[in-house]
Design a protein around this ligand. Structure first.
Ligand SMILES: Nc1nc2c(ncn2[C@@H]2O[C@H](COP(=O)(O)OP(=O)(O)OP(=O)(O)O)[C@@H](O)[C@H]2O)c(=O)[nH]1
Ligand SMILES: [Mg+2]
Length: 321
């Protein structure tokens, strides 16, 4: 059993092993996470978070690897959390990401961690916001969150990140559908990656059209073409991030973003806790009896729902949270 105060002190002192230990505890031990968070909180609020999302295989990890190398060249430290939707047991994508980022990872000014995403958190693991806070407290100035964008998760990441990058590839009709389906609203920067492939001009036109329709937004999304595999477009991508950051800082929007991040953090933790209680109640005696009454036609579905909510409230009142 590690003493939380000693561990937190080491993390705040810049001890990398302590940071790794804290991140492991956050993922495996909610009680330890609860004890650590208030010790780290006073040191948070300095990191800048960047969300990178896009379809599977769009080149997100390669792009992030290239971004890390570019940042290293400018003497900047960067931490990356790769949110993996797969079970940790399959591990394939995680290992692949590790290998792709390997060159940058050798440097001690880079910190990489893969986290399994959780469908209940809108694709964002309930641990992810706590990990962001730990990295922030440990003094990492740039935190990149990579997530596969296939639905709710992009929206969650947009809430969590100050700058959201949506990675597209040329010639993919699906991408244009994705733009229509709401990715447009969350993108601060669009990257057309794999610009060495044909169809860049057509994709660029589609994205520019979508940007033109997004009038009335305070920030006009920037479009960058990149070839992540050879580093092309990476410096302009960082420039777009710097410009967006300057915009947020000039308009007080950064404070709003921090509040949105905290809201997301509390909501994902509460959703996980509620879901666990709900599951326990449904599997308990009252839950099973309720389902039998629904089966006999003695309770309606909405009526049963109301009873469940009432039952959970009773549980909270008697302190069995
Ligand atoms: N030709 C070309 N290939 C690229 C480029 N960027 C990435 N790739 C390749 O595309 C493949 C997928 O790249 P990843 O970086 O793993 O893509 P990802 O979006 O992180 O994939 P997931 O995390 O699995 O969703 C790899 O084989 C990369 O080498 C690029 O700009 N041009
Ligand atoms: Mg990846």
């Amino acid at each position: 059993m590690t003493d939380p105060a000693a561990l937190a002190a080491r993390l705040l002192d810049g001890d990398r092993a302590a940071l790794a230990r804290v991140i492991t505890l956050i993922q495996r031990d909610p009680r330890a996470a609860a004890a650590l968070d208030p010790l780290l909180a006073p040191a948070t609020g300095r990191a800048y978070t960047i969300g990178v999302t896009g379809a599977p295989g769009a080149g997100k990890s390669t792009l992030v690897g290239a971004m890390l190398l570019d940042a290293l060249g400018r003497g900047q430290s960067t931490a990356v959390i790769a949110l993996d939707p797969e079970s940790p047991l399959t591990g394939g994508a995680i290992l692949g990401d590790r290998l792709r980022m390997e060159r940058a990872a050798i440097d001690d000014r880079v910190f990489l961690r893969s986290v399994t995403a959780d469908a209940r958190g809108g694709g964002l693991s309930a641990a992810a916001p706590l990990i962001v806070r730990a990295l922030d407290a440990a003094g990492w100035p740039w935190i990149v969150l990579e997530t596969v964008g296939v639905g709710q998760s992009e929206l969650a990441i947009a809430e969590a990140a100050a700058t959201t990058i949506v990675v597209l590839t040329p010639g993919a009709g699906d991408e244009v559908q994705a733009i229509k389906a709401g990715l447009m609203e969350i993108a601060d920067v669009f990257v057309i990656n794999k610009a060495d492939h044909p169809g860049v001009a057509a994709t660029r036109r589609d994205v520019e059209q979508a940007i033109a329709h997004a009038r009335g937004r305070a920030w006009r999304p920037v479009l960058v073409e990149a070839v992540a595999t050879d580093g092309r477009g990476i410096a302009p991508l960082w420039d777009a991030i710097f410009a967006h950051r300057a915009h947020l800082e000039a308009t007080q929007a950064l404070a709003d973003q921090r509040r949105r991040f905290l809201k997301l953090a509390v909501r994902t933790l509460a959703a996980r806790a509620l879901d666990a209680r709900l599951e326990a109640w449904m599997n308990g005696e009252s839950g099973r009896a309720l389902i039998e009454r629904v089966e006999r036609g003695e309770a309606s579905l909405p009526g049963a729902c109301a009873e469940v909510l009432g039952g959970l409230q009773g549980g909270a009142a008697s302190g069995s949270a």
